[in-house]
Design a protein around this ligand. Structure first.
Ligand code: ATP
Ligand code: MG
Length: 387
């Protein structure tokens, strides 16, 4: 049976008090944007849910797949609609029953003026179904549950409830700038901020020609995979090599990685401000590599004055990998690539840097000029979800 609608539910948004209209509007805009071209017949807010109207030639499977990737959606169900008459509800419900062994009816009566109470609706519809099919009702372990949502202008009926990814609609928390490497962690961090309503933009540092162009392509591919959850976005490609060469030539090699990363953060902060992003996001994870001790995180981040979100800071590697697999970035992340951070690194980088020493090393460089030059040569790439 072809559905006529998708009934879309959003939990978390409902509790957001006076922000609720904005959240709902944003969710609807995001759904419209995401299923554009799939021939839906409109997306509307109806009584605390979103209804996607379908028509004969709507690309239902693709729409369903998209709904599973939109932050803010807690569940979505392909549905039919009937009047407020229980006979009519039963007739539509029967169309959805594919020879189950038993059934149960769950009624949500949002339209409080319906003359029957939920229990009575369930009983009448259940009796009707039983009379037509002799199918037993099972209140404990039913083979199928028929959901009836009674709203002002009719009743939505469905038997399948797909879990959405939850969270908040992209954009309601504002823009952020994600430092996206080619690794496993930062794409997962990106997904987590998207899920909390951030509109992600990306920044990637390369060391071309020492790092290959294929590494840059890999990062674009990762950004496009995450873009499936957020729609079109931008990635800034920043050349780091001249900065790295200066660091290599003029400073103590023990602090190279710290200095590279201080420059990365400075550049990221500048690009964030220019593009109205309110925070930086990284895939940093406590203790994972030399630059990720608390001491080094401090010396690195002390150079900027913008909130830094590190969604993965306390995760286990396996938890990160599991999430990477779930969101579909893992396979791409493990493809080989050159990492700009590993260029010119000593065997034993400092794991416990202190700010004074690092600042002293950095004073040997013309920081302003290096930053200005890297920004001038930064390229902006537009990322689409189907790159
Ligand atoms: P990832 O798997 O995300 O590369 P990682 O565990 O390898 O992380 P690092 O290489 O120390 O850790 O990087 C820590 C964070 O710094 C990354 O998660 C990412 O946010 C940022 N980062 C590192 N290298 C780059 C780069 N070349 N371009 C942009 N951001 C980067
Ligand atoms: Mg890395």
């Amino acid at each position: 049976m072809k559905p006529e609608y998708f009934v879309v539910h959003y939990n978390e948004i409902a509790i957001k008090g006076k922000n609720r209209p904005l959240f709902e509007r944003t969710l609807i805009d995001n759904i419209i944007q995401s299923i554009k071209g799939l021939k839906a017949n409109g997306v509307k807010r109806r009584y605390g849910r979103v209804i996607v109207n379908l028509k004969e030639d709507s690309q239902i499977e693709k729409i369903q797949e998209k709904l599973g990737k939109i932050p803010g959606i807690s569940s979505y169900s392909p549905a039919l609609k009937s009047t407020h008459e229980t006979k009519d509800m039963a007739e539509k419900a029967l169309k959805l029953l594919n020879e189950p062994k038993s059934f149960y009816i769950k009624v949500k009566r949002s339209f409080k003026k319906h003359p029957l109470k939920s229990m009575d609706i369930a009983r009448e519809v259940g009796t009707e179904i039983f009379n037509k099919t002799k199918l037993p009702a099972d209140f404990v372990d039913p083979d199928i549950t028929v959901f009836l949502e009674v709203v002002e202008n009719g009743t939505y009926i469905y038997t399948e409830k797909f879990k959405g990814i939850g969270g908040l609609p992209v954009s309601v928390s504002g823009k952020v700038m994600v430092l996206l490497s080619g690794g496993i962690d930062s794409p997962v961090a990106s997904f987590l901020t998207l899920k909390r309503g951030c509109k992600n933009m990306y920044i990637h540092f390369h060391s071309e020609p020492y790092t290959k162009e294929s590494s840059r392509k890999k990062v674009e591919k990762l950004a496009s995979l995450i873009a499936e959850y957020q729609g079109q976005t931008k990635i800034f490609m920043v050349p780091l090599i001249d900065i790295q060469k200066e660091i290599m030539l003029k400073t103590d090699k023990k602090y190279r990685i710290i200095l590279y990363r201080r420059f990365m953060f400075r550049l990221a902060e500048k690009l964030a401000r220019r593009n109205k992003a309110k925070a930086l996001v990284t895939g940093e994870n406590l203790g994972q590599v030399a630059s990720q001790t608390i001491e080094n995180i401090h010396t690195i981040q002390a150079t900027v004055n913008i909130p830094i979100i590190q969604p993965l800071i306390t995760y286990d590697k396996q938890e990160i990998i599991d999430l990477a697999e779930k969101i579909g970035t893992f396979e791409t992340s493990i493809e080989p690539h050159d990492d700009c951070c590993s260029l010119f690194l000593p065997k034993h980088p400092s794991t416990k840097s202190d700010l004074k020493t690092v600042e002293f090393e950095e004073s040997k460089l013309d920081v302003e000029a290096l930053i200005k030059d890297a920004l001038k040569r930064t390229e902006k790439v537009t990322i689409n979800q189907d790159l």
